[in-house]
Write a protein that binds this ligand. Structure first.
Ligand code: ZN
Length: 166
């Protein structure tokens, strides 16, 4: 990168410094990025950025063999059932919320300890391997364990800010 900049300056002392952008074309639509965009810009605008994320989300589900025609409510219910089954196999007594408005999805008990569990869907982006899932930080939720379920059925439990093995 530095040598490229030096080459660009050779023999032209009057030329003003202009950083070479990381991306010349929009990563989503392929159009040339306007010169007004910042050096690190990858997309034309927020519309291309969010379309790209939606495509990546869809592709991550297709890559895992998920039926993408399933309604999101069905996927959520399916993921709750996967967590219920996983905890039952681990010897927990498992109880499921009667209303979708409850402050957590599942309660599980083992050896006189009660755990409140919230289930959420996680995404692994195929291009980068990056993992993301909703933060669940607002006051609506009250839980001890956050169970992140991926589209391949993998479950990662989080408790007290770290990964947890129930
Ligand atoms: Zn674009």
């Amino acid at each position: 990168m530095v040598s490229l900049l030096r080459q660009a300056h050779q023999g032209d002392g009057m030329r003003t410094y202009k950083p070479i952008p990381d991306h010349v074309n929009c990563v989503h639509c392929g159009k040339t990025l306007p010169s007004s965009r910042p050096k690190h810009a990858k997309y034309c605008d927020h519309i291309c950025a969010s379309s790209h994320q939606k495509d990546e989300y869809k592709n991550s589900r297709i890559a895992m063999g998920v039926n993408i025609d399933l309604p999101s409510g069905t996927v959520g219910a399916l993921h709750e059932l996967l967590v219920c089954a996983d905890l039952m196999m681990k010897g927990y007594n498992v109880f499921r919320a009667m209303s979708p408005s409850c402050s957590c999805d599942i309660m599980a008990t083992k050896a006189d300890v009660i755990y409140r569990i919230e289930v959420t869907t996680g995404i692994k982006y195929p291009s980068t391997g990056r993992i993301s899932y909703p933060a669940h930080k607002n006051g609506r939720y009250l839980f001890d364990i956050l169970a992140v379920v991926f589209h391949n059925g993998e479950i990662i439990y989080h408790k007290d800010g770290g990964v947890y093995e129930p």
